[in-house]
Design a protein around this ligand. Structure first.
Ligand code: AMP
Length: 213
C-alpha cells in the first residue's frame, strides 16, 4: 500500500485483509508496538518517528525479514507503509526472491496535500488496537473512546501539525519516487483516495478485477 500519510493506507489494508483473509503487515504499527514495549528497536525508532523522519532502511528491512521468517507458512501478505524508499524496495525484491515470493500489486492511493494535512490533524487513534477515528468524518460512538476495544483514544505524536508537515516533505522526497519505480515494473494500481472508505475500497477492487479479465 503506497500513498502519503493520511491517505487511508491502513484502513484500506484492513478492508483487503478482511475480504481476502491475507495478513496485514504495517511497519508503522510494528514500530509503535516496539515503542510501547520499550524495546531497543522502539527506543531507536522513536528518535526518528517523533520528528517525522524515516527509520533507517537497514532497520526496517531486518524487521520485515524477521516477520516473514515468523510467518513462513503463509504465502500472501499486505504490506502497509513499506517499502518507503528506493533502497527499501530494492531490499524488498531480494527478500521476496529469496523466499520465492512475488509482488503482485502496488496500490497507490492519491490524496491532495491540503486534504492530508486536514485529515491527519483531525485523526485520533486507539493506542491499544490501532483503530482510527476522525473528529470530522468518523467519530466514535462515545467521544474519546474506541468503539472496538473501549480504550481511551489519543492523537499520535506524529499527527501533530509540525510533524505532519515534515512527514509530508519526507514522503515527497523519499517515497514518491516509488510510484515511477513500480509503474515501470507494471505493478502500480492507482486509485483516488477521495470520498468514504467504502468508495475507495470499491475502486481498489475495480483495479484488481481489471487484471483478472
Ligand atoms: P505510519 O504508521 O505508516 O504512518 O508510520 C509512522 C512512522 O513510522 C513514519 O513516519 C516513520 O517514521 C516510521 N515508519 C513506518 N514505516 C516505515 C518504513 N517502511 N521506513 C521507514 N520508516 C517507517
Amino acid at each position: 500500500m503506497l500513498g502519503p500519510p493520511g491517505s487511508g493506507k491502513g484502513t484500506q489494508a484492513k478492508l483487503i485483509k478482511a475480504k481476502f483473509n491475507i495478513p496485514h503487515i504495517s511497519t508503522g504499527i510494528l514500530l509503535r508496538e516496539d515503542i510501547s514495549a520499550g524495546t531497543e528497536l522502539g527506543i531507536l525508532a522513536n528518535k526518528f518517528m517523533e520528528i517525522g523522519e524515516l527509520v533507517p532502511d537497514e532497520v526496517i528491512l531486518k524487521m520485515v525479514e524477521t516477520i516473514l521468517d515468523d510467518e513462513e507458512n503463509k504465502s500472501s501478505f499486505i504490506f502497509d507503509g513499506f517499502p518507503r524508499t528506493i533502497p527499501q524496495s530494492e531490499g524488498f525484491d531480494k527478500i521476496l526472491s529469496n523466499r520465492n515470493l512475488t509482488l503482485d500489486h502496488v496500490v497507490n492511493i492519491e490524496v491532495l496535500e491540503d486534504e492530508v494535512v486536514n485529515r491527519l490533524s483531525s485523526r485520533w487513534s486507539c493506542p491499544n488496537c490501532d483503530s482510527v477515528y476522525n473528529t470530522i468524518s468518523k467519530q466514535p460512538d462515545v467521544a474519546g473512546i474506541c468503539d472496538v476495544c473501549g480504550s481511551e483514544l489519543n492523537q499520535r505524536d506524529d499527527d501533530k501539525p509540525k510533524t505532519v508537515r515534515n512527514r509530508l516533505s519526507v514522503y515527497f522526497k523519499q517515497t514518491e519516487p516509488l510510484i515511477d519505480f513500480y509503474k515501470n515494473k507494471g505493478l502500480l494500481r492507482t486509485v483516488s483516495g477521495d470520498g468514504g472508505h467504502n468508495s475507495v475500497f470499491d475502486r481498489i477492487l475495480g483495479e484488481f478485477s481489471k487484471l483478472d479479465n
